[in-house]
Write a new protein. Structure first.
Length: 293
């Protein structure tokens, strides 16, 4: 037996010495094949959603992903795992089968941490960058609020959850008549340079407001407070802007009458036609133009 073993060793040694080029070629071929298969495995685990199907029933998730705005991004981009973690999980699955394992970070934690990788420079606010978007600048960069605190995560749909606004802004309920059910983003345009509603935004709904009137240049929210008092009272007019109005003309004689009894909102001027019906309620008609003298 010893002689046969020795003979085999000598034969292999002579074969290697006489076939060095062939051995080198074989070694190179094995290395290349190993590298190619290693890359295929790496690419499969990192870029192919079918890898996820080894553990997950994905039909419903796959369909929702196809309809989402992220349908050009493979699962692993957001549901990321390190090579060590994914191989460890794969080995556990092979050994123990389809048993329940410890909850994995790549399921619902990693995607939220990945948001800023793509959305740091551009947010879904037209061409406005996240940093220039007032809402993101305030909440993400100044307040350090995480994406998941404002966005809902309903099967690949990451729309803002306006119920979450009220978790922080508890005092911002809408009290205006007919506006109680309005969502925050109906008025507050999150992606603009300011989140405060502009006059143009208000006029998209309130179309009956005169475009040209004595106070048409005044911003709506100077008088109307949707989260407080939606309709101004006479006291608001006198304390906020018209502080000296009582000294002008006959206003001092009418001080007990509410401003809004004579001045109709968004028109304000008391002309002859309106004066005929208003003034005669209390006294003989007088030309409204004589009121200021």
């Amino acid at each position: 037996m010893g002689k046969i073993y020795k003979y085999i060793i000598e034969f292999i040694t002579r074969f290697i010495e006489n076939s060095k080029p062939l051995v080198i070629v074989l070694i190179i071929a094995v290395v290349i094949m190993g590298a190619a298969n290693g890359y295929k495995y790496y690419n499969f685990t990192k870029n192919d959603p079918q890898y996820c199907e080894l553990c997950h029933l994905m039909k419903e998730s796959y369909l929702s992903w196809q309809k989402s705005s992220h349908n050009n991004i493979v699962c692993q981009t957001c549901h990321s795992m390190s090579l060590i973690s994914q191989n460890s999980l794969l080995i556990k699955y092979v050994i123990s089968g389809n048993k329940e394992h410890t909850p994995q970070k790549h399921g619902s934690i990693a995607p939220w941490e990945t948001c800023k990788t793509c959305h740091l420079d551009e947010a879904t606010q037209g061409a406005v960058s996240m940093r220039k978007s007032y809402g993101h600048a305030k909440h993400v960069f100044m307040e350090k609020i995480e994406c998941k605190e404002c966005h809902a995560a309903s099967m690949h749909n990451f729309m803002p959850d306006e119920k979450k606004c009220m978790a922080c802004h508890k005092d911002k309920g809408v009290h205006g008549l007919g506006m109680e059910s309005f969502a925050c983003l109906t008025c507050h345009v999150y992606g603009d340079t300011t989140a405060m509603p502009t006059k143009e935004k208000c006029l998209k709904c309130h179309k009956n407001i005169p475009e040209k009137a004595p106070m048409s240049s005044v911003d709506c929210r100077n008088c109307h407070k949707p989260h407080g008092k939606i309709r101004p009272a006479s006291a608001d007019c006198l304390s906020n802007c018209h502080t000296n109005q009582q000294t002008i003309g006959r206003h001092d004689k009418h001080i007990k009458i509410s401003c809004l009894d004579c001045h109709k909102a968004h028109e304000w001027k008391v002309g002859e036609k309106l004066g005929l019906s208003l003034c005669s309620k209390c006294h003989e008609y007088k030309d409204p133009r004589s009121f200021i003298f």
